[in-house]
Design a binder for this molecule. Structure first.
Ligand SMILES: [Zn+2]
Length: 348
């Protein structure tokens, strides 16, 4: 039995829980990290969440910080990540750099992938053989990670896409419960009218809009604000879902109601997403991400949003290309509001 750092298990389950472009490659990634980080025990992994032994490159700006570090092959500048989610994002961005161009043409199997990237990733001629030998261990880890923590009392989970996050609604089609890597706390109030006109004219959900709120107030505060209503603005304003800075997902409004979160005024709407209204769009907000310099969700928020949007889109059969940032569809919002994550989701 090998010895692992506790954080390594968390990283593996994060990879197992989150939607990725090539799910069959998950064991290849984990096998690489087992070798590179010595099962999470390396100094780079423990101090900087760098499980890939990745040197810093400019494409990683905004995800990782450059740190000078003395590794076995000498002093160099390595990536320091704030957390596991940032490492995951950084790892995939690292692969999208020019030295690995074409790796998607080698994504049919872990073996094909590793044989292609291995010789570029490391100078060691035995690198590919070593990582290939770790694939069975990596697969076992992934299996254990994704079945851990499943509540036996929970209803029989039958996701429409096996192994992916999904939601179930209660009988009133109002309260969502998340499964397989998605946790949702319901904070809505059936007595609140929410968006009165939008709810009266409600249509099936056909899109999802990503928002941010200003820094300084908690998700719970915004949920309260929406339920209490704003007498100055004349109504109830807010979203169906609020994602806290630590990735916690709150459901602030029942899904049988509609909420006031976008404008339908033609003069401020753009052509992109023009089919969406409060009556047919789910609002998801990154709490506190609306900095004056632009919308900057934390890595936890981005990861949680991807999981939540995946599950909502799957449940309501909303196409991924009907997911937008508020700043993309409306002229009077900061252009960056919700944009980056929405663009990533549209490319799924
Ligand atoms: Zn907004």
């Amino acid at each position: 039995m090998s010895v692992y750092d506790e954080e390594f298990f968390k990283l593996v389950s994060l990879l197992g829980d989150r939607p990725v472009e090539f799910p069959t490659l998950r064991p290849a990634h984990v096998a690489q990290w087992i070798l590179e980080s010595d099962r999470g025990l390396s100094d780079l992994a423990r101090r900087f969440h760098n499980f890939g032994g990745m040197k810093y490159r400019s494409e990683l700006a905004g995800i990782a910080l450059p740190i000078a570090y003395e590794a076995h092959d000498g002093l160099d500048t390595y990536c320091a990540f704030p957390d596991n989610a940032a490492f995951l994002e950084g790892y995939f961005r690292f692969l999208d750099r020019s030295p690995y161009r074409g790796w998607r043409d080698h994504a049919a199997s872990p073996e094909a992938f590793l044989s292609f990237i291995g010789p570029i990733w490391a100078g060691d001629p035995a690198y590919v053989t070593k990582v290939l030998g770790l694939l069975p261990e990596a697969s076992d880890l992934l299996k254990n990670a994704t079945t851990a923590g499943v509540d036996d009392a929970a209803p029989d989970p039958t996701p429409s896409v096996p192994g992916r996050p999904y939601i179930r609604l209660d009988g009133a089609q109002a309260v969502a419960t998340g499964f397989d890597g998605l946790k949702i706390s319901y904070k809505g109030d059936a007595g609140c009218p929410y968006g009165i006109v939008a709810t009266q004219g409600r249509r099936p959900f056909t899109g999802i809009i990503l928002h941010h709120t200003q820094p300084g107030k908690s998700a719970a505060w915004y949920v309260r604000y929406q339920i209490d209503g704003d007498s100055d603005r004349g109504g109830h304003f807010g979203y169906h879902f609020y994602i806290g800075e630590d990735g916690t997902v709150l459901q602030g409004a029942p899904l049988d109601k509609r909420t006031n979160h976008i404008s339908s005024k033609a003069d401020i709407r753009r052509s992109i997403g023009s089919h969406l209204r409060n009556s047919n769009a789910i609002g998801v907000s990154f709490v506190g991400a609306g900095f004056p310099s632009g919308s900057k969700p934390t890595p936890f928020q981005e990861a949680a949003a991807e999981v939540l949007v995946y599950a909502l889109a799957d449940h309501y059969e909303i196409p991924f290309d009907s997911v937008f940032g508020h700043g993309e569809i409306q002229r009077n919002r900061m252009a960056s509001e919700g944009r980056d994550v929405a663009q990533r989701i549209r490319s799924w």
